[in-house]
Structure formats: C-alpha cells, structure tokens
Design a protein around this ligand. Sequence first.
Ligand SMILES: Cc1cc2nc3c(=O)[nH]c(=O)nc-3n(C[C@H](O)[C@H](O)[C@H](O)COP(=O)(O)OP(=O)(O)OC[C@H]3O[C@@H](n4cnc5c(N)ncnc54)[C@H](O)[C@@H]3O)c2cc1C
Length: 313
Amino acid sequence: MPVPPLPALTDRLVGPADGPVGRPLLAALGRLTSPLAADDYLCLIDPLLSARHPTGRVTAVRSEGPRAATLEIRPGRGWSGHRAGQYLPVGVELDGVRHWRTYSLTCPPGGGRYGALTITVQEEPRGTVSPHLVRRTPPGSAVRLGPAQGEFVLPEPPPARMLMVTAGSGITPVMGMLRTLALRPSPAPADVFLLHCAPGPGDCLFRAELADLAARLPWLRLHLRYTRTVGRLTAEHIAVACPDWRARETWACGPAGLLDTLEGHWAAASAAERLHVERFRLVPLDAPDAGASGGRMRPRPPPCCTSVRRRVS
Ligand SMILES: Cc1cc2nc3c(=O)[nH]c(=O)nc-3n(C[C@H](O)[C@H](O)[C@H](O)COP(=O)(O)OP(=O)(O)OC[C@H]3O[C@@H](n4cnc5c(N)ncnc54)[C@H](O)[C@@H]3O)c2cc1C
C-alpha cells in the first residue's frame, strides 16, 4: 500500500494543527521546544509540515507550449483552500532572495489530481520568477505559498448566462472556473460563452482541452481568435460573436489595453456592474515625467501581487 506523504500522515494521526488534538499537542510540544515553536522543528523535518509558513511541493511540471508550463503543487499544512478564479501567492528563493509572485489557480477548489493545486505560468522573457518556474523548477522543489486571494471568482450559484473574455495567460483564472463548472453534475450549470484570444494556435494555452470541453459540454460555446491572423479583439467583434453580451455577467482577463477597452465599452452601455476584471499587472495612473524614476500606480491588484522582494533570513 502506498505510504501517504508526511503532512498527510500527521494530519491523519493528529488532525489539523488547529484541531482538537493538534492544538493541545502542538502547545505541549511548544513548551518543550521553547523559546522556539514546535512548528520551527516540524519544518526542519519537512517544510510542508509548517502551518506558520505554508509551503507546497511541486509534484509535476507539464509543458504548455514553447513558453509556458503547468505546475502541480501539493500544499502542506496551513493551506486553507480556495474559490474558483482566485490566485495564489507563490514565493521562490533565488540567490538567497525570496521573490513573491501571484498565479491564478487553474484547478477546481479541493485541487486536481491527488488534491494538488495547479498554476500555469507563461514565461516573461526578461522576468525574474516566471522563467525560473517554467524552466528550472523540477518536481520535488518546495515553494512557499500564501493564502488564496481575489474577488474574481465564480459566484455560487453561477449566473444563468456568462461571458468570459480572455487573452494570452489571462485564460488561467477562467480555466479554473470552467474546470469547476465542468465537474458539476448535469443539468447544465450555466450558459457560458468563452471568447479567447491568442497570437496563434501554437501559443494558445489549453487549446486541446478547451476544444474538448466545448465538444463535450452543451452549455459551453468557444470562440477562439488568433490575433496574428485576424487582428486584435475589439468591442465590435464581441458584439458580433456574442450579440447578447450586455445581458451576460462577464469576466475578463488579459492585457491592459483589452481590459481598458472593455471597461469603457461596458460603462458606455451602462453595464459596468456586470463586468468583472482581473489585471495581471499594475496600471500606471499618470505617465511618469521624462527622467522621473516612476509614476503613480493604481492600487490594484492588492499589494501581495506586486514584486515585493523579501530577503530570506
Ligand atoms: C492576480 C494575478 C494573477 C496572475 N496570474 C498569472 C497566471 O496565471 N499566469 C501567469 O503567467 N502570470 C500570472 N500573473 C503574472 C505574474 O504574477 C508575474 O507578474 C509574471 O509571471 C512575471 O513575473 P516575473 O518575475 O517573471 O517578471 P518580473 O521580473 O516581475 O518582470 C515584470 C516585467 O518587467 C519586464 N522586465 C524585467 N526586467 C526587465 C529589464 N531589465 N528591462 C526591461 N524589462 C524588464 C519583464 O519582461 C516583465 O514583462 C498574475 C498576476 C496577477 C497580479
């Protein structure tokens, strides 16, 4: 019989760290290990045992085309779950410095295979963390995890008619929502129209899976737009592809230019409250003056999404 991984084994024996057995046990251990906490010793045995510094172990890495990869991460103690569409702060240590970046969870709540969380990272060629995650993070690597965050989530119950507009790696939070909806038993959970843009078929994340879902699920309509051939998406294209867009609760994630266009269009149609937007980058409020060192930033997304660098003690 396969032996469960260490955190799963301790969870099975003593329950969660804040449970009726775990809490007094850790308090008693804490008296023995004072002035350090029991948690400080547990994480020496296995970082995944630490509830104070939640950590995950990369269990698989799958290529998603030339510049992207999906990482399966088994979370250790202290992981408190997520809602479909939320993002995960991931901390990686590079040359003694811990860098935090955020990645949308692409698995349903509760995780995918063997309860593992999945994120899909698209490499930024001159970026710090994404090339490391895509190319230099083998299975077995440990990464620090923050709590799942974000309001760009699938509502419960889902609205009757939904529109998803995504581009590039902006498909990731919506993939988490679609995989969640796809697991629901029939009848159809919702009527979902997905309009996704990629430069070409070779760069289209999840292309085969999206086609398979659209073929299998009668409530899902998929419209792929390859921008290298037919140009960038405009509000007019959306109106042609999905004429009832105004009446649909809409989720959009992609480059800033596309999201700005959508926000303007939805506001002009007095439908702004039906548009939910997720931005992967901070948006400058004012262009910095020539020679100035920076500009003001719109305070969105929350601070944990920024490139906060923390020196590892
Ligand atoms: C809510 C949220 C969810 C997200 N979800 C995802 C997701 O699911 N998948 C995903 O792939 N990404 C996602 N991101 C983006 C992700 O968090 C990172 O921002 C991204 O991976 C880039 O990180 P990096 O460390 O590689 O780049 P950074 O080092 O932070 O660099 C950022 C940018 O600056 C440029 N740059 C860096 N150095 C230089 C230089 N010397 N000269 C010129 N330009 C330079 C890089 O090319 C890059 O474009 C998400 C972001 C947010 C806020």
